[in-house]
Design a protein around this ligand. Structure first.
Ligand code: KG4
Ligand code: ZN
Length: 348
């Protein structure tokens, strides 16, 4: 079964064709990172406009790269939630129109589910499948959750962030340090700088005191801000956007490494705790943009990770998630009625 997956929930316009949920036939991602690096973050209206320009050529290329015509496509899958309203609209309106035009069944897929299913896609490292029950650590720009997954397409949220998402925290701390958007890769790079590898033990940052399997990252961001202010000798009223001018390269690398280590420690602590609370768990999968982080991959080596090119937003994971939804008995959605939900939970 060949599924065309379409993803436009944030700032990547992506389409891919995946066979039987695991084999990539094509995977096209057009990123808007270059546009938003200039602004230090995503501007929703600009993202929606860029999706509109890119979406049809991206889908066309996905078909061409896979040597497929519309006759070869068995179903269309599209991200309908959560994400930026305008961005989700462009993807779903395109998918709905194509489903009607080419008379294909249409499936609406939740974005976090897609990130989780990136772990089932075959690649150079991924040849085996994780065994159920599974714990899924979802770490993206908008979400930080631990999901208990007893079987395909069944998700229970057992831990979630009370405030910022972990990727968001990387992005905000990068801004304080004067590193570019997106912050995650920039912090990881500074932490491993060739001329000055960051010292992860130079700055001691606090772990949030939060019960159970939940997370909190806004306090950590503030702790970095206060520690930077103290380090460069300015009062707490000093504007955060001016701090970068006072930091040396060594200090930036050491802050990046210390922050990254703290985040990785927090994530690992909670996963270990979840393993104790759910002793029947046989596998761990890590999903979402932050799953690309090398320090995290090193600290939690027993977990499954998507191929690096599939850890960020892409269409292949949407097609993969759709395949396992169909296998689980999910029925297609009405292309005349499909709605978008910018904030809906994976459990709904
Ligand atoms: O999943 P994703 O591509 O988009 C959302 O669904 O949110 O995640 C994007 C997030 C950004 O916050 C970015 O800074 C972070 O993933 N990220 C990383 C790394 N690569 C991307 N964070 C830490 N280390 C990385 N290597
Ligand atoms: Zn994502």
């Amino acid at each position: 079964m060949k599924i065309l997956g379409i993803e436009t929930s944030c700032d990547e316009t992506a389409a891919a064709i995946v066979e039987d949920g695991r084999k990539i036939l094509s995977n096209v991602v057009v990123s808007q990172i270059d546009i938003f690096a200039e602004y230090g973050g995503v501007i929703p209206e600009v993202a929606a406009r860029s999706h509109l320009e890119a979406i049809l050529p991206v889908i066309d290329k996905a078909l061409k790269d896979a040597s497929c015509t519309w006759d070869d496509i068995d179903a269309i899958a599209v991200t309908y939630a959560p994400g930026l309203l305008g961005s989700l609209l462009i993807g779903t309106l395109t998918a709905r129109t194509l489903a009607i035009l080419h008379e294909k069944p249409l499936y609406a897929v939740h974005h976090l589910k897609s990130h989780v299913y990136a772990n089932w896609i075959l690649g150079d490292q991924n040849s085996t499948c994780p065994e159920f029950p599974i714990l899924a650590l979802v770490v993206s720009g908008g979400h930080t959750q631990i999901l208990y997954m007893p079987f395909h397409n069944q998700f229970e949220i057992i831990g979630t962030t009370r405030d910022d998402a972990v990727g968001e925290c990387f992005d905000k701390v990068a801004k304080i340090l004067g590193l570019p958007y997106p912050g995650g890769p920039a912090i990881a790079k500074a932490a491993e700088d060739e001329t000055h590898p960051g010292d992860p033990n130079r700055y001691i940052l606090p772990h949030p005191k939060i019960d159970g399997l939940n997370f909190s990252f806004s306090g950590l961001k503030t702790a970095v801000l206060r520690t930077v202010q103290k380090e460069v000798g300015v009062p707490i009223s000093y504007p955060s956007y001016k701090l970068k001018e006072l930091l040396s390269k060594e200090q930036v690398c050491d802050f990046a490494a210390s922050f990254q280590k703290t985040v990785v420690d927090i994530l690992c602590e909670k996963i270990r705790k979840a393993q104790i609370e759910y002793p029947d768990v046989k596998g761990i999968v890590v999903a979402g943009g932050v799953s690309a982080n090398k320090a995290l991959r090193k600290a939690l080596p027993e977990a499954y990770y998507p191929e690096l090119k599939l850890s960020g937003d892409n269409g292949a994971m949407v097609a993969a998630a759709c395949f396992f939804e169909i296998e689980s008995g999910v029925k297609p959605t009405d292309p005349y009625k499909l709605n978008i939900y910018p904030r809906i939970s994976i459990e709904d």
